[in-house]
Design a protein around this ligand. Structure first.
Ligand code: SAM
Length: 188
């Protein structure tokens, strides 16, 4: 199956853009799957900045990276992604967001609309033109609908001269399948 899910679309898209030596960001490290995926793509010359607000997520990500011998390519930061500009230099190729809560963790500590939107703004400022933000947005169930609605409203309002926004929505599936949002920076 080619059209698997939002996360798979995120990975396929990022893979087409990111090359060895790039600087990239994982805005929601969680259990480290996306961080490891990005670390693999950027190679020894590149760098991944990975953020999470939970100790458990940072620890899980660190373990995964160490097992895969990818830890030297990653700077792990326990802080909210809305503060990424304090750590990440300008010239980023891709930023990945995997919204929601830590799988296997506390469902009440999930991403929140206001900090997510601030983090998208910061990401847009840090990206090189041609760079992308890729988001998997979960909704329904414990995630609710508020974040998806707020993010959708925000991305629709982005000036088209600054960035192009594409939404992948699985429209004939059941149980609120996550959507994938792709934002390409086109101007400063
Ligand atoms: N990408 C992860 C992976 O590969 O396992 C899964 C991410 S999980 C769906 C969402 C993560 O976002 C949780 O670990 C949660 O702690 C984190 N998170 C929530 N709010 C955040 C914030 N403001 N800044 C950074 N991370 C945040």
């Amino acid at each position: 199956m080619f059209l698997k899910n939002a996360l798979d679309i995120s990975h396929k898209t990022v893979k087409q853009i990111v090359v060895q030596g790039d600087i990239v960001v994982d805005a929601t490290a969680g259990n480290g799957n996306d961080t490891a995926f990005l670390a693999d793509l950027v190679g020894d010359e590149g760098k991944v900045y990975a953020f999470d607000i939970q100790d458990k997520a940072i620890e899980n990500t660190r373990k995964r990276l160490t097992v895969k011998n990818l830890d030297k390519r990653v700077i792990l930061i326990k802080d909210s992604h809305e503060n990424m500009d304090k750590y990440v230099p300008y010239g980023v190729k891709a930023v990945m967001f995997n919204l929601g809560y830590l799988p296997g963790g506390d469902h009440s500590i999930g991403t929140k609309p206001s900090s997510t939107i601030r983090a998208i703004e910061k990401s847009l400022a840090l990206l090189n033109p041609g760079g992308i933000i890729m988001m998997a947005v979960y909704y329904g169930g414990d995630s609710g609908f508020e974040e998806k609605e707020a993010v959708m409203e925000y991305v629709k309002s982005i000036d088209y001269k600054k960035a192009i926004v594409l939404v992948h929505d699985f429209v004939n599936q059941i149980n609120c399948p996550p959507i994938a949002i792709c934002i390409e920076k086109v101007g400063l």
